[in-house]
Design a protein around this ligand. Structure first.
Ligand SMILES: CC(=O)SCCNC(=O)CCNC(=O)[C@H](O)C(C)(C)COP(=O)(O)OP(=O)(O)OC[C@H]1O[C@@H](n2cnc3c(N)ncnc32)[C@H](O)[C@@H]1OP(=O)(O)O
Ligand SMILES: O=C(O)CCC(=O)C(=O)O
Length: 371
């Protein structure tokens, strides 16, 4: 069982120039649940009253999934979470030498003592505790093992392995997670960043190596280049690894639109899983194949993600595309004429940088009959 713990409402909102209001947060939380998220990380109580009020409203939705907050591993942050009524917390602690220097003046003993105190307090309150290993990918593996052993001995439930600055590769992820997961100390959660475009691949690689869950964000929103994307991880798990999620395409589409609007980020037309053009087949050979079998050039169907298939009439079209459009308008064209039309279509499209619509094609075809 591999869980998706979505952090659109925490790390996603940390993306520069992004700020969600309460209504947007509630809408996104509901839609994340409906689209298949197993758990949600929804905010940072230490930010103050407004954030705490929002968190309470999200909890009041009573979604039947785990709702978590993000906290520094401090008693004050923990207290703020407890006061909100949260039953699950991520307690974050730096684990790489560079961040231990920055945040704990290099004092690992102090760090371990503080972590122990705060985890024990959280467990005393009956909370589910995930230890967030900030900057795990730049940390010494032996130190991670020490943190995980300590975590296990004091009752923590999970360790979040964070690729905080996004420097992992799938191979390195696999090696590190395999080594840590084989110790069977704590369940491991992947938290991957996209600085080199590998966040989703690294999350999946962690899963293959024994991690039990991954943080995601819708449209990959998040710090700097963002996080592993919810829709990419969800679809990869269901389509490539057989995870049993009933993806509701309408819900996915509506979730993505909500996050795009609330974050003021547009969705690239070629964005995997959800980009508007990812089922637009222009190349002649592809269209020819698609006319014979719908799975010829598609890894999954557009309706699974609420998109539509298209066959634009463009520079790379072949006669199959022209035939498809003309037949749809009740014309049974002469194949030789279609061959003659191809260079004309290419020239028009290249000159004006815009594909032909089917009416223009019809006119072109009918004109060619008059010549
Ligand atoms: C990798 C990540 O994504 S971590 C999550 C980061 N997210 C955010 O920062 C978004 C929300 N943050 C905020 O609203 C504010 O930064 C607050 C409310 C949390 C804190 O604000 P301030 O009190 O003004 O502190 P400020 O942000 O300047 O500094 C953070 C402090 O937390 C300390 N700190 C950071 N991480 C940790 C940690 N995991 N455990 C303990 N202390 C920590 C820092 O060392 C610093 O302490 P210092 O003041 O003694 O130098
Ligand atoms: O410590 C955590 O739980 C996550 C922190 C984070 O967002 C990161 O390391 O990128």
């Amino acid at each position: 069982m591999f869980l998706i713990n979505d952090t659109t409402l925490r790390d996603g909102e940390q993306a520069p120039y992004v700020a969600f209001n309460t209504k947007e947060k509630l809408d996104i939380a509901k839609k994340l649940f409906e689209a298949g998220a197993d758990e949600l990380e929804v905010g940072i109580p230490a930010m103050g009253q407004k954030e705490q009020d929002d968190l309470k409203e999200i909890l009041a939705l009573n979604l039947p999934i785990r709702i978590m907050s993000w906290n520094r591993a401090t008693l004050n942050d923990l207290e703020a979470s407890i006061n909100c009524g949260l039953k699950a917390v991520d307690l974050s602690i730096p684990v790489s030498d560079i961040l231990i220097d920055v945040k704990f003046g290099g004092d690992k003993d102090k760090l371990l003592r503080q972590l122990e105190t705060v985890v024990l307090e959280a467990k005393k309150e009956g909370l589910f505790v995930c230890i967030g290993g900030e900057d795990s990918s730049r940390a010494n593996l032996d130190f991670l093992k020490e943190i995980m052993s300590l975590g296990k001995s004091i009752g923590a439930d999970r360790f979040r392995y964070c690729d905080t600055v996004g420097i992992l590769t799938p191979q390195k992820t696999y090696k590190n997670i395999k080594e840590l997961s084989s110790l069977k100390l704590l369940d491991i959660e992947m938290h991957t960043h996209n600085d080199f475009g590998m966040a989703t691949a690294n999350a999946i690689s962690g899963f293959e190596a024994g991690a039990m869950s991954a943080n995601t964000t819708v449209i990959g929103l998040g710090e700097r280049a963002g996080n592993a994307s919810f829709e990419q991880v969800l679809m990869s798990l269901t389509r490539l690894f057989g995870k049993n999620v009933d993806i509701n395409s309408e819900k996915l589409k509506s979730l993505i639109q909500s996050v795009s609007l609330a974050s003021n980020r547009r969705i690239d037309t070629n964005l995997p899983i959800i980009g508007e053009y990812i089922f637009a087949h222009e190349s002649g050979i592809h269209v020819n194949g698609m006319m014979k079998s719908k799975s010829a050039y598609e890894p999954f169907t557009p309706n699974e993600v609420g998109l539509q298939r298209a066959f634009p009439i463009g520079k790379h079209s072949g006669t199959s595309t022209l035939l498809y459009h003309l037949q749809a308008m009740g014309i049974n064209p002469d194949k030789k004429r279609l061959q003659e039309l191809l260079p004309i279509v290419r020239e028009i499209v290249t000159n004006r940088k815009k594909v032909l619509d089917s009416t223009e094609l019809k006119e072109l075809y009918l004109c060619s009959l008059d010549i």
